[in-house]
Design a protein around this ligand. Structure first.
Ligand code: SER
Length: 285
């Protein structure tokens, strides 16, 4: 595994998908356009809903971005876990009726294990229980340990109304010392041992306001890879807050508040909350 700065990681991800035929677009504004179902852009796919549904034609059927997101659902966890923030960047590669599960899974594996050299024996994949196609691709097109493929009922992804679908997630096992110690701890546990670093959504339904799931005109791919999370792995840091993407804010805040980081749990939580909220507020403004 290589050390990589957050900036380099972002560039490497985008370049990898550009090399594979994607158009790189800048991050959209946090304020959604023509989407009354969302207050803020909370996922890399959110600015592209009309491309997924076929209402609008994308400039290319393959797009890659690093999208700024604000997600408030986890706000109470901010600073208390290694991985939750309100503001984050989501690296994404998207297919609008172009490639589907086969290339999406292969590229995810190639990028993580080839470009980033993540240890294969520490990686796990989850799939939607009846997704035999994804299982077959994982087991025949990658060299993941088949025992590291787990079927999870909640592997279905949606945000507001619109495009959604079953997903396949990739986790890295950060070791027992990061776990909760529970005998049932495993992929999908809420503790910090198994970190979700990649989400492949097989976007094939359109959720209506009355809760119906209509098949979309074409099948799509929506990938989400949290920049700060992946940076914490590559920089071997105990949390996203210690990465070069966030730590300078903590250092500055500790200086201003005259509080040392790493000495007291409650102080650390406060400093992490300041770092997270400062980023959110800056980008919201
Ligand atoms: N939309 C999915 C997510 O945000 C994958 O990009 O996790």
């Amino acid at each position: 595994m290589k050390y990589m700065s957050g900036k380099e990681l972002r560039r490497r991800y985008l370049d990898f998908f550009v090399k594979n035929g994607h158009l790189e677009l800048p991050s959209a504004s946090l304020i959604p356009k023509d989407d009354p179902s969302l207050l803020m852009i909370g996922a890399g796919m959110a600015p592209f809903k009309a491309y997924f549904t076929g209402k609008m034609t994308p400039p290319r059927t393959r797009i890659t971005t690093s999208q700024r997101c604000v997600r408030t659902g986890d706000i109470e966890n901010v600073g208390r876990t290694a991985r939750h923030h309100t503001y984050f960047e989501m690296l994404g590669n998207f297919s609008f009726g172009d490639y589907f599960k086969y290339d999406a899974i292969k590229w995810a594996w190639e990028f993580l294990t080839g470009e980033l050299e993540l240890p294969k024996d520490k990686l796990w994949a989850t799939i939607y229980p009846d997704d035999d196609e994804a299982y077959k691709i994982w087991t025949t097109e990658t060299d993941i340990n088949p025992e590291h493929i787990v079927k999870l009922e909640d592997n279905f992804w949606e945000i507001g109304t619109g495009p959604c679908g079953p997903d396949s997630e990739i986790f890295i096992d950060l070791g027992e010392e990061r776990g909760c110690g529970s005998p049932t701890c495993g992929v999908g546990c809420d503790c910090d041992r198994y970190l979700e670093i990649w989400n492949l959504v097989f976007t094939q339904y359109d959720r209506t306001e009355d809760g119906k799931y209509n098949p979309l005109v074409h099948k799509n791919i929506d990938t989400g890879c949290g920049l700060e999370r992946l940076a914490s792995v590559l920089q071997n840091k105990p949390s996203n807050f210690e990465t070069d993407l966030m730590f300078p804010i903590i250092e500055y805040a500790s200086k201003v508040a005259n509080k040392e980081y790493g000495k007291d749990k409650e102080t650390d939580i406060s400093l992490k909350v300041i770092a997270d909220h400062a980023r959110s507020i800056s980008f919201m403004v």
